[in-house]
Design a protein around this ligand. Sequence first.
Ligand code: MRU
Length: 349
Amino acid sequence: MSSSRVATLRWDGARLQLVDQRVLPMEERYVACANADDVVRAIRDMVVRGAPAIGCAAAYGVALEAMHLSSTHARHFRAGLDAALERLAGSRPTAVNLAWALARMRARAQAAPDLEPARLAQALLDEAHAIAAEDVAANRRMGELGAALIEDGTRVLTHCNAGALATAGHGTALGVIRSAVEAGKRVHVFADETRPFLQGARLTAWELRQDGIDVTLIADVAAGYLMSLGEIDAVIVGADRIVANGDTANKIGTYSVAVLARRHGIPFYVAAPVSTVDLSLRSGDRIPIEERAAAEVTGFRETSWAPAGIGVRNPAFDVTPAELVSAIITERGVVCPVNERELRRIAGA
Ligand code: MRU
C-alpha cells in the first residue's frame, strides 16, 4: 500500500487481514476474515471502507468462502458460493465497486463450470489478488493523469478519505496528490474532518502525515470561509458511484463542498477508477443512498453528546450533479467536460 506503513488489506496465506478503520489512528489493529460472513460484517461495520477497498474485500470474501466450501460436493459448493455472493452484495448499497467486483468473481466461477471445487477456489483467490493489484495500478495511472492538473504550490481541499486506506493502495483523490508530490510539486492539503464518521480527521490526516505530505485539518463547516479568503485553489474527492450523466455519489457533505467551490470559482475534481462508473443508471437520483445508524451522529464510540432518543437522519452519501464537476479523472483518461458522451467515450466498455 503506497508508502504508508499499514496495509489496508493483506492476504496472510489463509485469511484476509483488514486494518480496523473504526479505531485508526488511535489504535493500529487488524481484523482477520476467514469466510464470506466475516467479510460481510467487516464491510457493514466499516472495518474496511472506501469504494475500491470494499470491492477488493468482497472479492476476497468470495475466495474465502470457496476455500471454506471446497471439501463439499460440487453442487453444494456452487449453491453455497451463490448464497455468499448474495450476502456480500447486500453488505453496503452505494459504492458500485462492490457489485462490480462480485460480478467479476461470479463470471470467473461461471467460466469454469466443470472445475473441481478446490481448483476453482484457487482460481477465485487468484482473481481477488488480480482485482487488488489492478486497483493499485489504476490508482497509479490516475495519479499520473491527475497530477497534471495540479500546479506547483496548489492548496487542495479534500473530503472524506479517498486514500490508500480506501483502496488497495496509493488512493484515488489522495493518489493524485501523492503523485503530484512525487513529481516534485508542492501541495498543501486541507482535510475536511468529515462528520459523522470522521474519515478526514482520523484517516486522511493520519495517512498524509505518515507520508510527510503537508496537511491541515479543518471542521467541515470551515470550508466555505477558507474559500472566501482565497486559501483553497482546488477540490479533489473520490466517488462511490458515477452514473451515465456524470452525477456522482460520494461521502455526505461532498455536494455542499461542490456548491461552495462553484460559488468561489474553484475547480472541483473527482478521481475514481472505471470500476466506480455505473452506466446502467441514467442520473444520480437512481443511486441507492445508504442511511446509517443514529449513534454515528449522536456520539462517537462510547461518548454520546445528544439527548437520548433524539430523532436523527444519517444519510452516508450525497449526489453531486455533473454540472458542478470540473473533470473526472479515471485511469483511462480525464473526462472533461463531464457529460454522458465524454463519460461513455472514456469509461464505456
Ligand atoms: O462510508 P465510506 O467511508 O465507505 O465512504 C467513502 C467515500 O465516500 C469515499 O470518498 C469513496 O468511497 C471514494 S474512496 C477512493
